[in-house]
Design a protein around this ligand. Structure first.
Ligand SMILES: C[S@@+](CC[C@H](N)C(=O)[O-])C[C@H]1O[C@@H](n2cnc3c(N)ncnc32)[C@H](O)[C@@H]1O
Length: 249
């Protein structure tokens, strides 16, 4: 699969296309709290922080956090909101001292990591012993099927190529001294109506679309538009998203 460079694509519409409601954000923060130690403050890293969808909320809920993001354009959007520090970096090369964080969140950034074995080592370097990695990732054998996805006939093939199977991700970490502490799913409340969701999808802020040809995208959107037109004001259906928590040995 071709690599997505967020400096060249997606950055423009990402914040709008992927915005979370306050309730959705709270559901995620509660899910993170459930798998993190109870003491506060916790020092955190948001690795692949993008436009900072989660970073300020992590700071409010848990304590000081640094957003680490390789795309300048994504960081610029995040930095427009003051209060959190963002640094240039990537999971394979984190610009922070060894054993300096209690947890790292990687929210839909793991599949973008080019050198995953190096990232496993680097994440172990920056976390304290017992530190947690919260991996909100899709897995080729455990990935959420949003209600709109099947309108794009090659979706399954693309997703299988984009994501590793769950056991492979677990094996990469456990072979290097990590252990799994939790595997759960989180269901965000609906973000609005089916029509709202269609409007957001049209912004193409999901990297999935970049792996389809323009013809495939157009045909998929035509099919989706017909389906949405049947009941545009119904709430967009929800789906369960995987969250894997690993502990550094
Ligand atoms: C789908 S976005 C997720 C952003 C943010 N976590 C969120 O949920 O809104 C994926 C992000 O991963 C970043 N990324 C790409 N390669 C990366 C790497 N090697 N390490 C960490 N992040 C990376 C991209 O630049 C992009 O901002």
């Amino acid at each position: 699969m071709r690599r997505i460079d967020y400096d060249r694509e997606l950055h423009e519409n990402y914040a709008r296309g992927r915005a979370l409601t306050g309730r959705q954000l709270q559901v995620w923060i509660d899910a993170f709290a459930a798998v993190l130690p109870g003491r506060r403050p916790l020092t955190g890293l948001d690795v692949g922080s993008g436009t900072g969808r989660f970073t300020p909320a992590l700071a409010s809920a848990f304590g000081p956090v640094i957003g680490i993001e390789p795309s300048v354009r994504m960081r610029e959007v995040a930095e427009a909101r003051p209060g959190v520090r963002y640094l240039d970096g990537r999971a394979e090369d984190l610009p922070v001292p060894a054993a300096s964080a209690d947890y790292a969140l990687m929210f839909l950034s793991w599949h973008h990591v080019a050198d995953k074995p190096q990232a496993v080592h680097e994440l172990a370097r920056v976390l304290r012993p017992g530190g947690r990695l919260l991996l909100r990732a899709n897995f080729s054998d455990h990935h959420p099927r949003p209600w709109w996805l099947d309108h794009f006939p090659r979706a399954h093939e693309v997703e299988t190529a984009l994501f590793q199977p769950l056991h492979e991700v677990i094996a990469m970490f456990t072979a290097n001294g990590w252990r799994v502490t939790d595997f759960t799913t989180v269901t965000e409340p609906s973000s609005g109506t089916r029509r709202d969701m269609l409007d957001r999808l049209r912004l193409r802020s999901l990297s999935f679309f970049a792996h389809l040809t323009p013809d495939e995208q157009e045909a998929g959107f035509r099919s989706l538009e017909r389906a949405v037109a049947e009941d545009p004001d119904a709430p967009a259906p929800v789906f369960a998203e995987p969250l894997l928590t690993l502990e550094r040995g």
